[in-house]
Structure formats: structure tokens, C-alpha cells
Design a protein around this ligand. Structure first.
Ligand code: ATP
Ligand code: MG
Length: 555
């Protein structure tokens, strides 16, 4: 995939171009600001590609900043997974990792400055009263009875809050803006609250924590961010972002620009909902290969290039929309078609005995690793009298459309000989257990000499030389396009979203398959060894994606 070929444009890049041309800005600094309260998902990848892509293309810089103002929900595990995911996607942040919590002292001082200038006050309304006073979209708010508390008293109380002299919920610090504002966010929003909780970065140093809206803009400004890119739901936070920066003594004033979130059909995309799936054990973990998390996609076999390409194709706009899963799948399929070596694996093995082939002979057949790319070389595939083929590739009788193995008909074994089915055995339930065949020794790498035409090709694995493997085939996680609209995820989970083939057989070359490295299993799709459960003693492969778009026909 050539990434550099076309110059990317979008409305945000147009704004930046103008800012640079007019001299409003002389350089570009962006940031990616995740809250460490979950694993990153493909929606975050959109924001990562946008921010880091701009940093790179404008020879600017992009910071990675953890927006860590809510210690209750945050965790160091999440911090580590986020760092790993950003690096894995191929992006490098400028300098050290940053934390909003690095700025806690500075933020405290800016809050003091607001108090000193009569722009913030300590309020003693409790949560319920606060809600009543706030009003609604149609009802104006009312001033807090504490709004006119003196500067000296505010300073004293705020200091005491910091010193831990007041219980949680007794006081908060609020910006003094406008309780009549049509924008509820501007109705004297809380900027600090008391929370006696330990923080993953600052330990027990603080028992008051700044709110997101106060922290984010100041952290941006302290880092010299020029363009602060966020998703559309922050549009009505923008006046507050600007108000805070306009009312403190900080020179830098980044420009907040909103773009639409990525939504994908048949999955959910918010960390809170993903956390529910994990907590309710509807999936294995955050990195379950069915999850739209970066780590889930990675485990499933998606490459960084395919995700970056996907983000490029969906583009950046202000329009809310939902992308079809097929769009993501075609990116990985296109990437792997050229790069993944071919191999053979039989998901549902059924034994096939070639009666005219010598007992105990093991013949090493040479197979190309890629049909269109000789530079990928060849490998040896052992052929024996007893092999496995897939249950779906044999029928006792079939019409002409069925181009696989049928009694009295011929089929080619991929990379091998032409065989003809003679008869089969069945068990008491009528299930076919063994197929008996003959083979034509003159057909290795060539057509039958008498001009017989053999149309079908099937894959196979030697029964004695092949290796047992567990193969996991994934499908969409939900049965409905917009599961977020459901009350209860359990009712819309696709119970076929994971099908395990516990007795699959793979060719022996796959014993050394490395985790996350893709293969095309001929006629089955793209697979990779599982990065958690696979070992040479117990091979486990995940299906990344099928060979063709199966979504269209499923719907
Ligand atoms: P979620 O709703 O999934 O919890 P969030 O917005 O709370 O997401 P943050 O950790 O705050 O998650 O997000 C970090 C950055 O990623 C933010 O700038 C946010 O706007 C962006 N982002 C989050 N979800 C998406 C998405 N679906 N599409 C594009 N950008 C997103
Ligand atoms: Mg959030």
C-alpha cells in the first residue's frame, strides 16, 4: 500500500494551511489525549492517525498525553496498553509521555488566579441541589447562594479543600460564568471537586481533582498545542475551553476543532460499552479478537498498515456516519493478499486414503509460497497415502456446479496430484468417515496426458506429517447493525461470532508460525497464530478475515 502517493486533504488540514499562510501560526503542534480508562479502539485509531499524521506532514510534533483527571476509573494497565497500541500503529510521540496530572500544581495555581480575579468561587451546594440550580435546556439556571462569597473566603476554603479538611461532596470550586447561558456547560461549571482517592501517577498527593474542561485546555496551552482536535460531542465545550484560556494569564491559546467520530456497524465503540462486554464476560477480554480494540484487531491479525489505510479511506469530516465492517475488512484483505504466504490447513478433517499410493512413503512436494510472487520462494509439503481434506469438499453425488471431490470424479489436490474418489465409509449415523481414492502419478505439476479436464482444486494436509491445530473463526460480534441502541447486549450478541475448530490439521511448516504473522490458508482465508494461546505444542490460529466479502450476502 503506498501511503505517500496521494496528498491527504480535509477541512482540518485546510484550516492549518490557512493558519500557516496567514502567519497566525508558524508551526503545528497536535496531541492525542486518551483517558486511561480502557483500551484504545479503532475510533481512537482515527484520532491517532489524524493527529500524528498532521504532526508528521507539517514537520510539527504530536504529544501523547494521558488525560488522567478521574483516578477512580483509571488504571496503570490502561496507560501501558495505550502506549503499546500507539507505538504498534507506527507513531512516535514527541519527547516524554505527558500526563495532565503533571500539571496539577499549575492547574491549582490557575484556579487560584481565577478566584483572585473574582472568576471562580467555592460552592457548597450538593449534587442534587446543583442539578436543580443548573436548570435545563428550556429553563435558565439560578445563581448559587455562594456565588458572591468573598475572594478571601474562597481562597481560604479552596486551600482547605486541598489540605483535606473537607469531606467529599461538601464543596466544589466553580467557574463564575453565566447561569443564564443557553449553553448549559457555561452555567458556572464545576472545575474542582474533592475526591479522597489515590491516583496512579500522583499517589496521595491530592484530594482535589480538576475537571476535564478545566484541565484539557490548560494542558493543551502549557504544551503549546496549536490545533486541539477532538470529536463533535465537544462542540458545546468549546466556549468553556476558550473562556478558561481567556481568563487566565497563559499566552498560548490553541484552537479547538471538532470532527465526527468513527462508528462501525455491528459493533460498539465506546470504552464504557466495551468495558461492559468484558465485565459481563460476553467476550474474553479487551483483546478478544472480536473486539474493535486495537489490541483485539492486532490479535486477530490486522496489520498497522491496514488500520492506517482504513483511517485514510474514511477521511475526516463533521458528518456523523456509520461505516460498514466490509470497509475495514477490505483494507486488511488487500494488505494480506500480496504479503501473506500461502499454506494449507483443513478445518474439518475427513480422512482420504489413496489406495494405489505406496504405504509409508513420504514425498516432499514443492509448493510456491505465493502464486503471483516468485520472490517469496517455495516450501516443501509432505504428501502421503493418507491425507485429510475438508468435510465440505466431498460429496457422494453432486451436480456439475460442485467443483470438488465426488465419487467416480476427479479433483486436483493443491500443489499435488489428481485423485479420483472410489467409495467411502460411513459410521452408524451416516456420517462419512473415510474416502477411498486412486491417484494419477503422471499429474504432478501437469495436466492429465490424455486431455481429461479436471476443474476442481482442493486443499489437503498429510495425515501422518500434518500437525493438529485449533482454529478460531470469527464473525461479527452482534446480530444487529447498531447494538449500542440495545438495552442489553446479551440479547444481541451473535452466538456464532466465534466458531472453534478444535481438531483442525495444518501443514507442518506452520509449526514455526509466529504470532500475529499472516498466512493465507488456501481457500479458507487469512489466519495468524494467536498471540496469547498458541504454542508449538498447541497451535492456535485466528481467522483474520475470509477471502471474500461475506457481509453483503449475510445481510
Ligand atoms: P470513548 O467514548 O470510547 O470512551 P472517549 O472520547 O471518552 O472515547 P478518550 O480517551 O477521551 O475517549 O479519547 C481520546 C481521543 O480519541 C479524543 O480526542 C477523542 O475525541 C478521540 N476518539 C474517541 N473515540 C473516537 C471515535 N470513535 N472516533 C474518532 N475519535 C475518537
Ligand atoms: Mg472519555
Amino acid at each position: 500500500m503506498s501511503e505517500e502517493a496521494v496528498k491527504v486533504t480535509n477541512f482540518i488540514r485546510n484550516i492549518i494551511d490557512k493558519d500557516l499562510a496567514s502567519g497566525k501560526r508558524s508551526s503545528v503542534v497536535t496531541r492525542f489525549p486518551p483517558e486511561p480508562n480502557g483500551y484504545l479502539h479503532i475510533g481512537h485509531a482515527k484520532s491517532i492517525c489524524l493527529n500524528f499524521g498532521i504532526g508528521r506532514d507539517y514537520q510539527g510534533q504530536t504529544n501523547l498525553r494521558f488525560d488522567d483527571t478521574n483516578p477512580l476509573k483509571e488504571d496503570i494497565d490502561f496507560v501501558n496498553s495505550i502506549k503499546e497500541d500507539v507505538s504498534w500503529l507506527g507513531f512516535e510521540w514527541a519527547g516524554e509521555i505527558r500526563y495532565s496530572s503533571d500539571n496539577f500544581e499549575a492547574l491549582y495555581n490557575y484556579a487560584v488566579e481565577l478566584i483572585e480575579n473574582g472568576k471562580a468561587f467555592v460552592c457548597s451546594l450538593n449534587a442534587e441541589q446543583m442539578r436543580e440550580y443548573r436548570g435545563t435546556l428550556t429553563k435558565p439556571g439560578q445563581n448559587s447562594p455562594d456565588r458572591d462569597r468573598s475572594v478571601a473566603d474562597n481562597l481560604q476554603l479552596f486551600k482547605e479543600m486541598r489540605e483535606g479538611k473537607h469531606e467529599e461532596g461538601t464543596y466544589s470550586l466553580r467557574a463564575k460564568i453565566d447561569m443564564l447561558s443557553p449553553n448549559i456547560k457555561m452555567r458556572d461549571p464545576i472545575i474542582y471537586r474533592i475526591r479522597f482517592v489515590e491516583h496512579h501517577q500522583t499517589g496521595n498527593a491530592w484530594c482535589i481533582y480538576p475537571m476535564y474542561d478545566f484541565t484539557h485546555c490548560i494542558s493543551d496551552a502549557l504544551e503549546g498545542i496549536t490545533h486541539s482536535l477532538c470529536t463533535l460531542e465537544f462542540e458545546d465545550h468549546r466556549p468553556l475551553y476558550d473562556w478558561v484560556l481567556d481568563n487566565i494569564s497563559l499566552e498560548c491559546h490553541p484552537q479547538q476543532i471538532e470532527f465526527s467520530r468513527l462508528n462501525l456497524e455491528y459493533t460498539v465503540m465506546s470504552k464504557r460499552k466495551l468495558a461492559t462486554l468484558v465485565a459481563d464476560k460476553l467476550v474474553d477480554d479487551w483483546n478478544d479478537p472480536r473486539m474493535p480494540t486495537i489490541s483485539g484487531l492486532r490479535r486477530r491479525g490486522y496489520t498497522p498498515a491496514s488500520i492506517v489505510e482504513f483511517c485514510k479511506r474514511i477521511g475526516i469530516t463533521k458528518q456523523e456516519n456509520t461505516i460498514e465492517m466490509g470497509a475495514l475488512e477490505s483494507c486488511i484483505r488487500e494488505d494480506l493478499d500480496s504479503s501473506a504466504p500461502r499454506a494449507m490447513a483443513v478445518l474439518e478433517p475427513i480422512k482420504l486414503i489413496i489406495e494405489n499410493y505406496p504405504q509409508d512413503q513420504v514425498e516432499q512436494l514443492t509448493a510456491p509460497n505465493h502464486p503471483k510472487d516468485e520472490t517469496m520462494g517455495t516450501r516443501q509439503v509432505p504428501f502421503t497415502r493418507e491425507i485429510f481434506i475438508d468435510r465440505a469438499d466431498f460429496r457422494e453425488e453432486a451436480n456439475k456446479k460442485y467443483k470438488r471431490l465426488v465419487i467416480d470424479k476427479e479433483v486436483r489436490l493443491r500443489n499435488g496430484y489428481v485423485v479420483k474418489a472410489l467409495r467411502c465409509d460411513k459410521d452408524d449415523n451416516g456420517e462419512i468417515t473415510t474416502i477411498y481414492c486412486s491417484y494419477d502419478p503422471e499429474t504432478l505439476g501437469k495436466k492429465p496426458s490424455d486431455g481429461r479436464s479436471v476443474k476442481g482444486v482442493i486443499h489437503w494436509v498429510s495425515a501422518s506429517e500434518g500437525v493438529k491445530a485449533e482454529i478460531r473463526v470469527y464473525d461479527r460480534l452482534f446480530t444487529v447493525p447498531n447494538p449500542a441502541a440495545s438495552e442489553d447486549f446479551a440479547t444481541v450478541i451473535n452466538d456464532q461470532s466465534l466458531v472453534v475448530y478444535a481438531n483442525a490439521m495444518v501443514e507442518p511448516s506452520l509449526v514455526t508460525a509466529k504470532a500475529e504473522v499472516a498466512y493465507q490458508f488456501e481457500r479458507e482465508g487469512y489466519f495468524c497464530a494467536d498471540n496469547k494461546d498458541s504454542s508449538p505444542e498447541h497451535l492456535v490460529f485466528n481467522r483474520t478475515v475470509g477471502l471474500r466479502d461475506s457481509w453483503a450476502k449475510q445481510q
